[in-house]
Design a protein around this ligand. Structure first.
Ligand code: PLP
Length: 427
């Protein structure tokens, strides 16, 4: 497949933008080759600037649960745009989206809107620190919560450790306030709370970790985390930026019946436009400015166009039929893969609703970051380019999950499975 226009654009981009990109993984560094430049997208399909067409299984990394450019979402955006792009003042859409979000999260009473998932989690941490007066936070290895300083932190050596920065530019003094623990390990949790419980303002976790493989946790592990947070007065933050409204109309925490104190949202609630949110009980949320002393603000927060896209998306998801449809597609994918797997012990994957992660190695699919198999990652990365040449766009890193949308067809998921297996056979 030829992509001369994409190649030219990337050369130009590299002159004027670091790595040629606005977000690192888009540069295709882990999968090789150069990025594709897209001109338009509709439903499950992408078209690049050279006129090549692709089935998209990245779907903007999660927001597009209804597919690209859903007509009702586009219409809502068009209608809103005519009335002004930004007010920097209050609008009815804020109230409407807040009401919809809270309807779906029965334990939450108030919402603050921001413009990205990063901001949502950053604000949730500040709120937790402000409310508890404690300095430290607990995160988990392999959890991604955006790129704020406190969270660009990885584990040091040992079971549960003070974090070390995973990026230049994060002072050690910040990183030390973040404690990092492995997933899927109750003993490590008990140990970290026994040692540091009184200093922990919050534990932040993706209840369905989906940014470093799909490291779906055992509900018992989540319940242990909940119990320890309650016992030590530590707030539990469920980062549902990916999982919120992805599996069902609401959160993953409610699905597995583990309640959080604060929930962070993004991706789906913006329907493809920049929106993030945090939600919590009234007494906690009232500690945010202007009522309380925890400061947070945003020029474009509660942007009317973003909210319009979010409301339209919520309204299409509310009756649950979209999730039934996604499950049909997911089961079709499972069935196709199971046939192939009968003769291929290395063909392993994990699926949670419309999220899929392949771990191409003859070992159990891991639930914690340190047991991910390097060979599995290399194998999946190696087929990214060949898949692209067959018209299938995958997330450009084997650590990332694939996303299905209601716009995909059963034929497309079968095509995904067949091609992936054929190409993996050759590696
Ligand atoms: C995507 C993501 C974020 C960051 O959201 P941005 O909008 O990219 O800032 C945070 N947490 C989780 C779980 C995510 O998946």
């Amino acid at each position: 497949m030829n992509r001369p226009q994409s190649e030219k654009l990337f050369q130009r981009a590299c002159q004027v933008m670091p790595g040629g990109v606005s977000s690192p993984v888009r540069a295709f560094r882990s999968v090789g080759g150069n990025p594709v430049y897209f001109a338009r997208a509709q439903g499950s399909r992408f078209e690049d600037v050279d006129g090549n067409r692709y089935s998209d299984f990245c779907m903007s990394w999660g927001p597009l649960v209804l597919g690209h450019a859903h007509p009702a979402v586009i219409e809502a955006v068009r209608t809103a745009a005519v009335d002004g792009l930004s007010y920097g003042a209050c609008c009815e859409a804020e109230v409407q989206l807040a009401e919809r979000v809270l309807q779906a999260f029965p334990l939450m009473e108030q919402v603050r809107f921001v413009s990205s998932g990063t901001e949502a989690v950053m604000t949730a941490l500040r709120l937790a620190r402000g409310a508890t007066g404690r300095p430290k936070i607990l995160k988990f290895e392999g959890g991604y919560h955006g790129h704020s300083d406190s969270l660009l932190v990885k584990a040091g050596s040992g079971l549960a450790t003070f974090g070390t920065s995973s990026s230049l530019g994060v002072p050690a003094a910040f990183a030390e306030q973040t404690v990092v623990c492995p997933l899927d390990d109750e003993a490590a949790l008990e140990a970290v709370f026994a040692q540091l419980g009184p200093e922990l303002a919050a534990a932040v976790v993706e209840p369905l970790p989906g940014n470093n493989g799909l490291l779906e946790q055992r509900p018992e592990w989540l319940r242990t985390l909940r119990r320890l947070c309650t016992a030590h007065g530590t707030l539990l933050i469920f980062d549902e930026v990916i999982s919120g409204f992805r599996m069902r109309f609401g959160g993953y925490g409610d699905l597995v019946q583990v309640p959080a104190d604060i929930v962070t949202l993004g991706k789906v609630i913006g329907g493809g436009m920049p929106v993030g949110a945090l939600a919590g009980p009234r007494d906690l949320m009232q500690q945010l400015a202007p009522v309380g002393g925890v400061y947070q603000a945003g020029t474009l927060s509660g942007n009317p166009i973003s909210l319009a896209a979010g409301i339209a998306t919520m309204d299409l998801l509310a009756d649950g039929t979209a999730y039934t449809r996604l499950e049909v597609l997911g089961q079709r994918l499972d069935a196709t893969l199971s046939d192939h797997a009968a003769t291929r012990p290395w063909l392993r994957w994990r699926r949670a609703g419309s999220l899929i992660w392949f771990h191409l190695a003859d070992v159990a699919v891991p639930r914690r970051a340190d047991t991910i198999d390097d060979g599995a990652i290399a194998r999946l990365n190696a087929i990214h380019g060949p898949m692209l040449d067959r018209g299938i766009y995958l997330p450009p890193s084997a650590y990332e999950v694939f996303f299905l949308s209601t716009a995909h067809s059963e034929a497309q998921v079968v095509e995904l499975a067949d091609n992936l297996v054929q190409l993996a056979d050759l590696t």
